[in-house]
Design a protein around this ligand. Structure first.
Ligand code: WT7
Length: 650
């Protein structure tokens, strides 16, 4: 491996042809920094405004006058920007290519057809009493109806909250209650890897649990045509309802700062937060970054493999591509079914030019060897992207050499649910690539590294990643808890947004994200709060206490390691271990299932009772020689027990 380069220079044809080259990048960066009003006002013209904004940026991260407002006197509609404005120029071009879980199922929707579908669903929602500002929960598989539902909400000014179909009824219930949804849109079932996902049954179970829910209507899209019970007076079959409505529906004029959607994400404490994004800034950022980072050109097929239940699916399956008039591919299935060539076959089948996926999927496929990749052509590919977690250089090189045959630049995009879209990434025509580095901030993104005390660190150094100024796609609040928004992101380092990530900057000014520095675990590119998993475990009658940490996992990036203290008299058995894992799956969903459960007679705590996770992390990583200072522990012997138990595989 010694002959592999550390730097992959921008290929000359990319430097010449790309939407932004190195010079353009420097110019844009300087303009965004020195004349932000002029820069963003000019860039925002890519959207179609009913009233163009004149007040561009009004931001303060300081406690006394905390506010984040972009384009605040602008008026627009997201569905208009993603659909109507394209009808004249590209009405018959494909907006969505759908590839089913079953390789024999696929389809296409033109912009005109998608527009009609969205208007219909918007009218059905109106008929159910949904009005501007109302919340609608969307719990659907990766089918075009998911995009239709999101855009239908946007069209009438309703605020959507998409919940990933892999979340349990309990998780769904919490999210429905928290934002007070009036309507839930779901499907009879989803399909994933040849299995059925009982979405409608999960909604029924969720609504039984959600005591505070005010859901009046459950709108059901039929997908597998499974037999499902119907609750009279509440459940509406979309297939029937849509025939009674017009396919004409005007777009609600929305202020740029009106809410567009809520998306729940895990934090280090408490229940998931409802991240709120607004209309103008978010749509602008999704569209602008989609074009810039992926060098998107009209007519190309863009495929982001994320589910719309995550922010990546919001910004790069739906809003970014459709705002740019792109052809976006939605895939219902999984990378390893019916075989390990599935991704690459889909690329050939639909002639995908730009492909965007997560390192965890690449590592899982890489393990199967090069054969399943080489069985396909992939000649259509032009650019590759990575998102969700740090990509290890080995996976990066495999992606570059084997998948892209050395021909396609890789954009390693760092961002978060909170940021709305990509903030740190190479631009393929401007940035030399280094495997494992997300490289440099986009124009308008001002990063700093700080130490634990908030001291700004200069030069080649490691620290905590903060952002010192706002960008249009920034989240605006935590739904229902503005104080929590401020406390979570702006209180650690006054005047700055704290990302929760650790990061190294090298001598070339490149950024290397090292992972979360808070109590959040990144499992397969999905964020999991340790506190949530702990809460799910202690609900079990056998459990006295639980502490959860992350540990390095070959495929998932990080795995979930749970230390469990049982109640006095309870015997630790294999059956109980399975039961606890099942409990977490039931409470949160399969993605939260612990990889390891270690029985812990006691947990290492400070004298004030705080669990010392630093030590638990070291034991989970099997770095027992480097436990550090244990002298502040109330009972240091606890640590020896844990180390001994780990060695004995208990
Ligand atoms: C966290 C955000 C952004 C959409 C998917 C995840 C990690 C994300 C990268 C990357 C290193 C990354 C960070 C971040 N992360 N992308 N390219 N390199 N780390 O969204 O669930 O909000 O998680 O994912 O730790 O804070 P999310």
């Amino acid at each position: 491996m010694t002959d592999q380069p550390d730097v992959y220079p921008v290929p000359s044809e990319w430097a010449q042809r790309a939407r932004m080259n190195a010079h353009g990048y420097e110019t844009a960066r300087t303009s965004a920094r020195e004349t932000p009003e002029a820069f963003w006002s000019e860039q925002a013209r890519r959207l179609d405004w009913m009233t163009a904004p004149t007040r561009i940026k009004d931001v303060s991260f300081d406690k006394a006058d905390f506010r984040i407002r972009w384009f605040e006197d602008g008026v627009l509609n997201v569905a208009w920007n993603c659909l109507d404005r394209h009808l004249e120029t590209r009405g018959d071009e494909t907006a969505i290519i759908w590839e089913g879980d079953d390789p024999d199922q696929s389809g296409r929707l033109s912009y005109r057809e998608l527009h009609r579908e969205v208007c219909r669903m918007a009218n059905v929602l109106k008929g159910q009493g949904v009005a501007k500002g109302d919340r609608v929960t969307i719990y659907l598989p990766m089918i075009p109806a998911a995009a239709v539902a999101m855009l239908a909400c946007a069209r009438i000014g309703a605020v959507h909250s998409v919940v990933f179909g892999g979340f349990s009824p309990d998780s769904l219930a919490g999210r429905i209650e928290d934002c007070g949804s009036k309507v839930v849109i779901t499907a009879d079932e989803g399909r994933r890897g040849g299995k059925r996902v009982p979405l409608k049954a999960n909604v029924d179970a969720a609504l039984e649990k959600a005591a505070g829910a005010i859901v009046e209507t459950v709108l059901i899209v039929s997908h597998t045509n499974a037999d499902i019970p119907i609750v009279e007076g509440r459940d509406v079959r979309y297939g029937e309802a849509k025939h009674g409505v017009s396919d004409d529906c005007p777009c609600e004029p929305m202020n740029a700062e009106d809410p567009l959607f809520i998306l729940y994400t895990s934090g280090s404490t408490g229940k998931p937060k409802g991240v709120l994004h607004t209309t103008g800034g978010y749509l602008f950022w999704a569209a602008w970054t989609h074009e810039l980072v992926f060098d998107y050109r009209p007519g190309e097929v863009f495929w982001c493999t994320a589910d719309v239940g995550w922010v990546t699916g919001h910004s790069y399956c739906v809003y970014g591509p459709l705002a740019n008039g792109a052809t976006t591919l939605m895939f219902e299935g999984v990378p390893n079914w019916p075989d390990h060539s599935r991704f690459w076959r889909i690329i050939d089948k639909h002639q995908v030019e730009i492909f965007y996926t997560a390192p965890t999927a690449l590592r899982a496929l890489m393990r199967e060897g090069d054969g399943p990749v080489k069985a396909t052509s992939r000649a259509s590919l032009r650019l590759l992207g990575s998102v969700g977690e740090p990509i290890n250089p080995e996976a990066w090189r495999w992606y570059h050499e084997v998948v892209g045959e050395g021909r396609c630049p890789i954009v390693d995009t760092w961002w978060q649910t909170e940021t709305g879209g990509v903030l740190v990434s190479p631009l393929p025509g401007a940035t030399h690539l280094k495997p494992g580095s997300a490289t440099k901030p986009l124009p308008g993104v001002e990063l700093e590294l700080v130490d634990a005390d908030g001291m700004v660190l200069e030069g080649a150094v490691s620290g905590n990643l903060v952002i010192t100024d706002s960008w249009p796609g920034q989240m605006r609040t935590v739904w229902g808890d503005h104080q929590r928004f401020f406390d979570t992101y702006f209180s650690a380092y006054p005047g700055k947004y704290f990302t929760g990530d650790g990061c190294r900057r090298d001598e070339d000014g490149y950024y290397w994200i090292t992972g979360r520095v808070d109590d959040v675990i990144n499992v397969s590119g999905h964020r999991m709060g340790t506190a949530e998993v702990e809460s799910a475990l202690v609900l079990h009658e056998a459990v006295a206490e639980a502490a959860v940490v992350g540990f390095p996992h070959e495929i998932k990036g990080q795995g979930i390691y749970a230390y469990v203290t049982l109640n006095v008299g309870v015997e630790p058995t294999e059956a109980l271990r399975k039961d606890l894992i099942a409990q977490v799956r039931r409470e949160i969903g399969p993605i939260a299932a612990p990889d390891v459960i270690q029985w812990a007679p006691g947990l290492p705590k400070t004298r004030s009772g705080k669990i010392m996770r630093r030590i638990l992390r070291k034991i989970a990583e099997n770095e027992v020689g480097a436990l550090g200072d244990t002298s502040t522990l109330a009972d240091p012997a606890v640590v020896d027990d844990l180390v001994r138990n780990r060695a004995a595989g208990r």
